[in-house]
Design a protein around this ligand. Structure first.
Ligand code: 5AD
Ligand code: SF4
Length: 444
C-alpha cells in the first residue's frame, strides 16, 4: 500500500456524489454551494473533477464496501493525477477513522454535522494533512453555510435532523445524532430565498420531520406559515414517525390547500411482536388508527410507507401479518427492504437472524403486493383532473414531466415550461407513472 498522498495542487473543479436519502441530496446541494462560494467550479459531465466528495449512506447493506470500491475506482481513474477524495455522509460519521486507515487515497473525512468546515479542511488536505471531522455540534453547520441562490421548481429544506427513537435495527441515531430542530426564523428565511430562486414546491425534510418544534411553535404551525409565501404553491414533508403525529398536523391536511395530499409514514412490520423487538413504540393497530385520522381529514390522501422483511426472529406467520397490513392500507407507493445488520445496533446481535433466501422470498411477495396496490391506486386516479408541477422535459419531443398532488409522475404533451403549474386530466395509468391530457395553465 502506498503512503498517504499529499495534494499539493488546490482543486479547481469538484463533483459531489450523493447516495441514499433525500437529506443526503439536500446536504449534497449545500456542499456544492459551499464549494462554489470557495471559488471551485462544478465539473461538467464527463469532465474529471479535481475534488470528488462521496456523500455516503450507511442505512443498509454493504454501504462501506461500496464506498471502498468507489474510492479504489477514483484513485485508479486519475492515474498520475488522482482527484482529492473527500468521504462525507453517514459512512464517514460511522467509520471515519477506519476509512482513513484503510484507504490512503482519501484526503479528508467529514461527517454530516461538520461539512460546513469543508473549505478549510480542503486547504489542510492541500497542505498534506488528512483532516477528519466527525463532531456533532447541534445546528452549527446551518449557520455557517452560504445563503441559497439557485433552485429548481422543487426544493428540499432540512428542518429537523437526527433521531432519539433508537429503533433496534437503525444506525441513524448514531450517524445523525440526537434530534434537533432548526430555528423557525432560519427556516422561513431559507424558504423565502428558495422561492425567490424559483422553487414552487418545498419538501420539508427530517429523519422525524413531524417531531420538529420550536417551543410553542409546532410542525403544523411551520407549515401554515410557509404556506403564506405567495409564490410557493406546494408543501410536502418526509419522513414522519407515527408517534409524533399531532391533531394539528392532521387538521393542516384539511385546511392548508398548499399541503399536498401525501403521507410517507413508515410502519416497518405488521406484527406487534416484531414491532416491539424493533422498539417501534407503536402497534399495527395504533398505526392503522393514525392513517384513519389522516383519511378522515383528507379522504384522497395517498399513503406511502417503509417496510423491513426478515428482521431477526421474524416467523412466516409474522411476515404474513405484514402482508395483511398492506392489504388493509392500500398504499399508493412504498419502500421495502431486506433487514441488514448494522454494526453497533442492538438487532445486529439478536438471535434468529434470517437466512438470505427466506428474506429474498419474503421481499418478493411483499413487493408483489405493494406493486399491485400502486397500480390499483394509479388506475383509481384515471379521469381525475389535477394540477401537475412541471419539473423537466420528458423523453419524447414536446413531452413534459411533473408530479401530481399524490406524487405520481405524470407525463403530458403541449405548451408548458419548467416550473409551471398546469391542469391535466389523468388519462393513462402505468405501474410507475401516469399520462395526462393538458387542460390549461393554472399558474406559474
Ligand atoms: N435494514 C433494512 N432496512 C433498514 N432501514 C433502516 N435501517 C435498516 C436496516 N438495518 C429502512 C427502514 C427505514 C428506511 C429509511 O430504511 O425501513 O424506514
Ligand atoms: Fe431510524 Fe427508527 Fe429513528 Fe427512523 S425512527 S431514523 S428507523 S431509529
Amino acid at each position: 500500500m502506498p503512503g498517504p498522498m499529499p495534494h499539493p495542487r488546490a482543486p479547481e473543479t469538484f463533483r459531489v456524489k450523493s447516495f441514499g436519502c433525500q437529506m443526503n441530496v439536500y446536504d449534497g446541494e449545500r456542499m456544492s454551494e459551499l464549494l462554489g462560494a470557495k471559488g471551485l467550479r462544478a465539473a461538467s459531465d464527463g469532465e474529471e473533477a479535481d475534488l470528488v466528495v462521496l456523500n455516503t449512506c450507511h442505512i443498509r447493506e454493504k454501504a462501506a464496501e461500496k464506498v471502498y470500491s468507489d474510492i479504489g475506482r477514483l484513485a485508479k481513474a486519475g492515474g498520475e493525477n488522482p482527484p482529492m477524495i473527500a468521504v462525507a455522509g453517514c459512512v464517514a460519521q460511522a467509520e471515519g477513522e477506519e476509512i482513513m486507515a484503510r484507504a490512503p487515497a482519501v484526503g479528508l473525512v467529514v461527517g454530516p454535522q461538520a461539512y460546513h468546515r469543508l473549505p478549510e479542511m480542503i486547504d489542510r488536505a492541500v497542505r498534506g494533512e488528512r483532516p477528519a471531522d466527525t463532531d456533532m455540534p447541534a445546528n452549527a453547520k446551518f449557520a455557517a453555510l452560504p445563503a441559497r441562490r439557485r433552485s429548481g421548481p422543487t426544493a428540499f429544506l432540512t428542518v429537523q435532523e437526527g433521531c432519539d427513537k433508537f429503533c433496534t435495527y437503525c444506525v441513524v441515531p448514531y450517524t445523525r445524532g440526537a434530534e434537533i430542530s432548526r430555528p423557525f426564523n432560519d427556516l422561513l428565511r431559507e424558504a423565502e430565498t428558495l422561492v425567490e430562486a424559483g422553487a414552487r414546491e418545498i419538501t420539508l425534510l427530517g429523519q422525524n420531520v413531524n417531531a420538529w418544534r420550536n417551543d410553542a411553535i409546532g410542525f403544523d404551525d411551520l407549515i401554515r406559515e410557509l404556506a403564506k409565501l405567495p409564490e410557493l404553491q406546494r408543501i410536502r414533508y418526509t419522513t414522519s414517525h407515527p408517534n409524533d403525529v399531532t391533531d394539528g398536523l392532521i387538521r393542516a391536511h384539511a385546511e392548508v390547500e398548499k399541503l399536498m395530499p401525501f403521507l410517507h409514514l413508515p410502519v416497518q412490520s405488521g406484527s406487534d411482536r416484531v414491532l416491539k423487538a424493533m422498539n417501534r413504540s407503536h402497534t399495527a393497530l395504533s398505526y392503522l388508527k393514525v392513517l384513519e385520522r389522516y383519511r378522515a381529514a383528507r379522504p384522497d390522501i395517498a399513503l406511502s410507507g417503509d417496510f423491513i422483511v426478515g428482521f431477526p426472529g421474524e416467523t412466516e406467520a409474522e411476515f404474513e401479518e405484514t402482508l395483511r397490513l398492506v392489504d388493509a392500507v392500500g398504499y399508493a407507493q412504498a419502500f421495502s427492504f431486506k433487514y441488514s445488520p448494522r454494526p453497533g445496533t442492538p438487532a445486529a446481535s439478536m438471535d434468529g437472524q434470517i437466512a438470505p433466501e427466506v428474506m429474498d422470498e419474503r421481499l418478493q411477495r411483499l413487493q408483489a403486493a405493494l406493486n399491485r396496490d400502486q397500480l390499483a391506486f394509479n388506475r383509481a386516479s384515471l379521469g381525475k383532473r389535477c394540477q401537475v408541477l412541471v419539473e423537466r422535459r420528458g423523453k419524447l419531443p414536446g413531452q413534459w414531466l411533473g408530479k401530481s398532488p399524490w406524487l405520481q409522475s405524470v407525463h403530458f404533451e403541449g405548451e408548458a415550461g419548467i416550473g409551471d403549474l398546469v391542469a391535466v386530466e389523468l388519462t393513462q395509468a402505468g405501474p410507475n407513472s401516469m399520462h395526462g391530457q393538458l387542460l390549461e395553465t393554472v399558474a406559474t
